[in-house]
Design a protein around this ligand. Structure first.
Ligand SMILES: Cc1cc2nc3c(=O)[nH]c(=O)nc-3n(C[C@H](O)[C@H](O)[C@H](O)COP(=O)(O)OP(=O)(O)OC[C@H]3O[C@@H](n4cnc5c(N)ncnc54)[C@H](O)[C@@H]3O)c2cc1C
Ligand SMILES: NC(=O)c1ccc[n+]([C@@H]2O[C@H](COP(=O)([O-])OP(=O)(O)OC[C@H]3O[C@@H](n4cnc5c(N)ncnc54)[C@H](OP(=O)(O)O)[C@@H]3O)[C@@H](O)[C@H]2O)c1
Length: 524
């Protein structure tokens, strides 16, 4: 279907996308200029976060890019199945958590568990997710002026040719941005009804779970687990490693980790770590329990009507390997250098297809890095250091070194922390830190009001790490990351002289000011 001359509004895009999604035989959507046999500067295979940003940047630089995507919308997995539902569910978890702690207190009604439904939130997401898809299609066509073929599976023919929608397209370069999909661990019983991952949860859930066993101990496990528990679905997390101690997460401070995990326990979650899931068991084709081998070697069986897998994702690299002979690294991801160039000249890979954090900043910036190199710039993108976050019922955010990492690297490490660790101080009753989202807790349940820690190298006075559990700090961490990792770094003196917007979610500015007068810095 040639849509080049159509200028759909958001409602029309929404309808078109929905009709394509509901009809497997629907036609590809072609937004192509009218010239014959064009040679693009690059074909972006996959129009997710990486492909969309890379192709738009290339177009803005005067290049000619083409996106081909199997879905009838641009933007990829983030708005369809991953980040956006996660944020909706995590916000619901935060709200539900507050309503439960304050049930029948102050102006809060008595908490009614029958109104807290996983299924209702999934349906809310499904009813609304099309608007992001429609907007991204409209923006990419009408504002960014990028050519695309949607609703069409792409087949890589060679390093200059891609087949899709019954045609072949030619380019000087290929950019592979085909994302990653959930990994199913090798555990018997995963084919039973009632076993879900983050994709099937939104696509297929059709009942209200009452008890949940989660397999995994990283972001997806903890975020979705916290949401399920907040709705009243009794949740147990079974994790091979200690929670948050998986290889995929770096710079996790132990005090922050303990505050987060303890917070999950306080909210009624059962956490079984250093344990191996042995089998998922069923009755009449439906999941009924999970057998787990504990760290003691004993086996235990957990009854459940819902199993949720948070066991990571892997890219599909078979096609690129077969068609191009591309090098794939030991983690199963496409090997690239810092310009996003693969082992095959003229072929780039971006986003979740390559190693490094599977996060939006890396997907988008790696797409842009590929585009800028193709357009003649010599640009490297190093994503070894970055700010990170996830949710429980809190927002958990961190950047730079943990206290332990800093102590290995520097002789004189200064910690500025709230609440401070002082024997006998009775910090559970200290209503600090408090700010956005924790004021009510501070005045009635102070131990729930969050945790924060700043790590400073005493000799250079530079901030080397920041760690935060609470609400509303994520934005600040984007800028803290930039300042900490800038060539001059960020000293406690500069931080302590910034203008805080009091009460501020991170108390780092005012706490630094209390210590910046010390010639020899001290903990606080
Ligand atoms: C549950 C969850 C929550 C997350 N939350 C966050 C968050 O809060 N913040 C954050 O920064 N990151 C988050 N992430 C990570 C983020 O979603 C990914 O890093 C990001 O979406 C990767 O973008 P991408 O462009 O590499 O791939 P994708 O966005 O997955 O895009 C790949 C595209 O390629 C297309 N494709 C694949 N094969 C073909 C083919 N053969 N032909 C045509 N098209 C093809 C697909 O249709 C898809 O559109 C989350 C991930 C998960 C799983
Ligand atoms: N920014 C965000 O808020 C956000 C939110 C969600 C997801 N994401 C991104 O999405 C990606 C996927 O997240 P994820 O949490 O699913 O994956 P992940 O970080 O890769 O962690 C996978 C978890 O599954 C466990 N696991 C793997 N195979 C297993 C097996 N066979 N048996 C038992 N346990 C197994 C791992 O245990 P071990 O540690 O023992 O290996 C680990 O705990 C991540 O890279 C993440 O960055 C981002």
């Amino acid at each position: 279907m040639d849509i080049r001359d159509e200028h759909y509004n958001l409602g029309e895009w929404n309808q078109l996308i929905e009709s394509c999604l509901s009809d497997p035989d629907s036609e590809p959507l072609l937004n192509l200029e009218r010239d014959e046999n064009p040679v693009y500067d690059a074909i972006f295979v996959g129009g997710g976060a990486g492909g969309r940003f890379g192709s738009a940047y290339m177009k803005a630089m005067g290049g000619r890019s083409l996106i081909i995507d199997a879905w009838p919308f641009l933007g990829g997995s983030c708005p369809h199945q991953a980040c956006v539902p996660h944020h909706l569910f995590s916000e619901a978890a935060e709200e539900l958590d507050r309503m439960k702690w304050f049930s029948d207190e102050l102006f809060f009604p008595k908490f009614d568990p029958s109104r807290a439904s996983i299924l209702a939130l999934v349906k809310l997401f499904l009813a609304g997710r099309g608007s992001a898809h429609a907007f991204m299609n409209w923006q990419t066509k009408e504002q960014l002026d990028v050519e695309f073929v949607l609703n069409a599976h792409a087949t890589i023919v060679d390093r200059n040719t891609v087949a899709a929608a019954g045609r072949t397209f030619t380019a000087r370069n290929l950019v592979l941005g085909m994302g990653a999909r959930p990994v199913l661990p090798d555990i018997p019983g995963l084919d039973l009804e009632g076993v879900y991952d983050f994709v099937s949860l939104v696509e297929e859930l059709d009942y209200e779970p009452t008890r949940c066993v989660i397999i995994g101990g990283s972001k997806v496990a903890m975020e979705y687990g916290s949401f399920f528990q907040a709705t009243g679905c009794d949740t147990t997390i079974v994790s091979r490693s200690q929670l948050m101690r998986t290889k995929a997460l770096h710079h996790v401070d132990e005090d922050l980790r303990q505050y987060v995990v303890e917070g999950m326990r306080k909210r009624g979650m059962t956490i079984i770590d250093q344990a191996v899931p042995v089998s998922v068991n069923g009755v009449d084709g439906r999941v009924s329990s999970v057998t787990v081998r504990l760290s003691t070697g004993e086996e235990t069986t957990l009854d459940t009507d819902f199993v949720f897998l948070g066991t990571g994702e892997r890219p599909t690299v078979a096609q690129a390997r077969e068609a191009l002979g591309i090098e794939v690294g030991p983690t199963g991801r496409v090997a690239v250098n810092k310009r996003m160039q693969t082992s095959v000249p003229g072929v780039y890979a971006i986003g979740d297809m390559i190693d490094g954090p599977m996060e939006m900043f890396k997907a988008r910036k790696s797409g842009v890095t590929a585009a800028r190199n193709i357009m003649g710039e010599d640009l490297e993108f190093d994503y070894t250091e970055f700010p990170d976050f996830f949710h429980t019922t809190y927002e958990v955010t961190w950047v730079g070194l943990t206290e332990a990492e800093a102590r290995e690297r520097f002789d004189d490490v200064i910690i500025i922390q709230m609440p401070p660790t002082v024997e006998g101080l009775d910090t559970p009753n200290l209503p600090l830190p408090c700010a956005e989202g924790t004021m009510l807790y501070a005045f009635s349940k102070p131990e729930l009001s969050g945790f924060q820690k700043l790590v400073v190298d005493g000799a250079s006075r530079k901030v080397v790490g920041a760690h935060h559990v609470g609400y509303g700090a994520k934005d600040a961490f984007q800028y803290l990351d930039h300042l900490i990792h800038s060539p001059d770094g960020l000293t406690i003196d500069t931080l302590g002289w910034m203008n805080e917007l009091f009460l501020n979610p991170e108390h780092f500015i005012q706490l630094s000011r209390l210590r910046a007068g010390n010639q020899t810095l001290r903990d606080l």
